[in-house]
Design a protein around this ligand. Structure first.
Ligand code: FES
Length: 103
């Protein structure tokens, strides 16, 4: 499946992502700048924060309780903020667009 990350400078990166992979892991595999994934995906860092494009928000679902609490630690939280380690690539998300936060 294809995922596009929009970078803060206006550039966009589109990559092929395997089903079952988290979008944090996919970002690291493709060197997407600004997605760090410091805790390895165990919900302890919020360095995998992304903004889901509003058109894709419903398909990505909402943040669970602990993810929601961790997002409060993110620099600038928006309505469509998610931790990308908690979003798994699956066929319904083919074409997904994510925005990487500035901070
Ligand atoms: S990688 Fe640490 S919360 Fe997602």
């Amino acid at each position: 499946m294809q995922v596009t990350w929009k970078l803060p400078g206006g550039e966009a990166v589109t990559e092929t992502v395997d089903y079952g992979q988290s979008l944090m892991e996919a970002a690291l595999a493709h060197d997407v700048s600004g997605v760090v994934g410091e805790c390895g995906g165990c919900l302890a860092c919020a360095t995998c924060h992304v903004y889901v494009d509003p058109e894709w928000a419903a398909k990505c679902g909402t943040a669970g309780g602990f993810e929601d609490a961790m997002l409060d630690l993110a620099e600038v939280r928006r309505e469509t903020s998610r931790l990308s380690c908690q979003i798994e690539a699956h066929p319904d998300l083919d074409g997904l667009v994510l925005e990487v936060p500035e901070a």
